[in-house]
Design a protein around this ligand. Structure first.
Ligand code: ZN
Length: 294
């Protein structure tokens, strides 16, 4: 069984009402990344945020400065986002990745491709109507091919974000036609908390994806849940030889410690499960080697 790779999902576009420990500024993100790396994460995923207000930012300088500080603070593989779901312009989606790659000190290691176009419907019990009327996360085959090619052209390894079984079929097709590498990290997303676009964040919701991970590709899959506690899914992944993507960007984790844990405390909770299950945790160097990164 592969050593457990943990991706710390540091901030997404989540605000601090429910947990004040979500990092915004490059300094905060780098400090948090280093603490997660010490706790057992070998990949860190972040979105650039306005340092003061936390508003989403697509400023390449902010992305690069954050990567520079992360690299100065730890060895974790660096995975910035590949554009917000509202950004449709191709140059804008990949621009920060290309800008960062101009300097080895700020180059991203991984770039996430969402292998599906998704209607981002919002609904939970008690809502009279479904929200998200105009929210479509648009990822046509042509856009995905272009994003993968442009990331690889600047030495950044694509990874896959999986929303449904169809995404896994696209992954297989892309791996066999050279769009994606033969060895690929793939995060299997489930969604809760009102986002109804993904599979439910239950073991069954996750398993429906795991069962369709293609055998013909060296796919290193990770369990993830946006909008709810993913520790039970993490345990299932750890038992099955999968990996884990988790953090305060997805959910505030009031169940851990004092009720307002740090990202590092969330990672420590995953490592504790791994130890209990007898699964070794991969170092950043081991994760890099396993994913075929330089
Ligand atoms: Zn993200």
């Amino acid at each position: 069984m592969d050593r457990l790779m943990i991706d710390a999902r540091l901030n997404e576009y989540t605000f601090r009402e429910r947990n004040p420990n979500i990092p915004f500024s490059p300094e905060e993100i780098a400090r948090d990344a280093a603490a997660c790396c010490d706790a057992g994460a070998s990949i860190v995923h972040y979105h650039a945020r306005d340092p003061e207000t936390g508003s989403p930012s697509s400023d390449p300088l902010l992305y690069a400065e954050t990567a520079r500080q992360i690299r100065g603070a730890c060895d974790a593989m660096i995975m910035p986002t590949l554009g917000a779901n509202t950004v449709t312009d191709l140059d804008e989606r990949i621009g920060h990745i290309e800008f960062m790659a101009k300097d080895n000190a700020t180059r991203a290691d991984l770039a996430p491709l969402d292998l599906a176009s998704i209607s981002l419907g919002m609904w939970h019990e008690g809502m009279a109507e479904v929200g998200g009327d105009d929210l479509v996360y648009y990822n046509s085959v042509g856009i995905l091919k272009a994003l993968a090619a442009r990331a690889r052209a600047v030495g950044v390894l694509p990874m896959a974000a999986i929303w449904n079984i169809g995404s896994l079929r696209v992954l297989e097709a892309f791996a066999h036609t050279g769009v994606l590498p033969q060895t690929i990290f793939a995060e299997l997303f489930t969604t809760e908390g009102g986002l109804i676009a993904g599979h439910p964040g239950t073991r069954r919701g996750l398993q429906a994806l795991v069962d369709f991970v293609p055998d013909s590709v060296d796919c290193l899959w990770a369990a993830a849940c946006y909008g709810a506690n993913a520790l039970d899914l993490a345990e299932s992944a750890i038992e099955q030889g999968g990996h884990v993507a988790i953090g305060l960007g997805d959910y505030p984790y009031p169940e851990i410690g004092t009720g307002q844990p740090t990202n590092a405390e969330v990672i420590a909770a995953v490592v504790e499960i791994a130890h209990r299950k007898g699964r070794e945790v991969a170092t950043p160097e081991e994760t890099r080697a396993r994913l075929g990164a330089e």
